[in-house]
Design a protein around this ligand. Structure first.
Ligand code: CMC
Length: 378
């Protein structure tokens, strides 16, 4: 074995062999199982895309019907999980609530039979079905309300929005939300996916795998950036203030949230699709001045940082879509997690099918043969 040089952030170092998704960061291409994201966003649904990611093929009509039916059936959460969630502090971040609730599923479904396809199917269905219910339940409970039961007559995305707002969404909003889930479902070896594979490689249960990935997604350099984008646009406040704001940030060497990517050196294809979706929402439900600020910021960042390959990433426009739908800012990342569960499950399955526990090495920079100094002499 040849020893590689140490690269901070493991940049450029393959951490797995995977056939789940592919990114070409120079040409701005994203494919799930070989199919371009633009085509999936236009023609598929989140659940069909999840099936594709997890089982590697597009389902037949019968297979998709059966999958959707099972997910509808498993949407409810046990009352003891709801009771546990009621004890969470309402000031807590919904990502922390989600991480704790995802881990708690492992207590309720503790059987572990990783190499049995029926067990895999059951875990996939439960997680895709229950994670949105838990996100919506925490949102209502922290406002002091009882959670709303899922509605079996509604599709996946419409049901989530219904549980969140206690009101059935209009078809355009439900469809756009579903496309957002499709766009966020998977994205090669990012931090949370890596985390899910490391946890999976210990052969623990899939609920622990999801909890570990949710915890990793929450940080502001990863899924948490979409929240920060909205705070930043609010702070900018007007189109005129965009350039002074940017100059000030760059002078202080601060990052501009929603821009830059380890892999993409052009505009993220998902950002382009999301920008179109924002425009569709505005046509139906009225304009939002923060969009004008965002467009001006994109222009200004491109002028200043385009030569470094810094362009909008997926998080730049997603917050504007959710904001227009009236979703609270701190739910943006849990919604990212609802979608990414599909990708994490695909990687969990791929990892355990050909498993070797992750055990990298390190470059030791500490002392050797150091002396123990008794406490009274320190
Ligand atoms: N604003 C200003 N400069 C930036 C930005 C940015 N958003 N991103 C990168 N740069 C500069 C950075 O200062 C550095 O410049 P220099 O070489 O002169 O020191 C260079 O570009 C490389 O940056 P890096 O931080 O070493 O790049 P990375 O590959 O380690 O980080 C990133 C990638 C996404 C963490 C980073 O671009 C970033 O912090 N962006 C803002 C946060 C964000 O939007 N995150 C969402 C990521 S996409 C969705 C997801 O993964 O969940």
């Amino acid at each position: 074995m040849t020893l590689c040089e140490y690269r901070p952030g493991l940049e450029g170092i393959p951490a797995a062999q995977s056939s789940v998704s592919y990114v070409d960061g120079q040409r701005g291409i994203l494919e799930y199982r070989g199919i371009r994201i633009e085509e999936l966003a236009e023609k598929s649904t989140f659940l069909e895309t999840s099936y594709l990611l997890i089982w590697g093929v597009l389902p037949t009509k019968e297979e998709l019907d059966a999958f959707e039916h099972e997910i509808r059936y498993h949407r409810r959460i046990k009352y003891r999980i709801r009771d546990m969630m009621k004890c969470f502090p309402e000031s807590g971040h919904p990502m922390d609530a989600l991480q704790a609730s995802a881990a708690a599923l492992g207590l309720f479904y503790s059987r572990r039979d990783l190499h049995n396809p029926a067990y895999t199917r059951e875990a996939v269905v439960r997680l895709l079905a229950k994670i949105p219910t838990m996100v919506a339940a925490f949102q209502l409970m922290r406002k002091g309300n009882d959670p709303v039961q899922p509605r079996d007559d509604l599709g996946y995305s419409a049901n989530f929005l219904y549980m969140l707002n206690e009101q059935e969404p209009d078809p355009l909003t439900a469809r756009i939300f579903d496309i957002c889930l499709t766009l966020h479902a998977e994205h090669t070896m990012n931090a949370s996916t890596f985390s899910s594979r490391v946890t999976a490689s210990t052969l623990t249960d899939p609920y622990a795998v999801m909890a570990s990935a949710v915890g990793t997604l929450g940080g502001p350099l990863h899924g948490g950036a979409n929240e920060e984008v909205i705070s930043m646009l609010e702070e900018i406040g007007s189109v005129e203030n965009v350039r002074p704001f940017l100059d000030d940030r760059l002078e202080h060497k601060a990052k501009i949230m929603g821009f830059g990517h380890r892999v993409y050196k052009v505009k993220d294809p998902r950002a382009t699709i999301l920008q179109n979706l924002v425009q569709q929402l505005f046509e139906s439900f009225g304009h939002d001045k923060y969009y004008d600020i965002a467009v001006e910021l994109e222009k200004a960042v491109e002028e200043k940082l385009g030569q470094k390959g810094i362009y909008p990433n997926v998080d730049f426009y997603s917050g504007l879509v959710y904001r227009k739908m009236g979703i609270p800012i701190d739910l943006f990342t849990p919604i990212f997690a609802i979608a990414r569960v599909a990708g994490w499950l695909a990687h969990w399955k791929e990892q355990i099918e050909e498993n070797r526990i992750y055990r990298p090495t390190q470059v030791y920079t500490g002392l050797h043969e150091a002396t123990y100094i008794p406490i009274e002499q320190r």
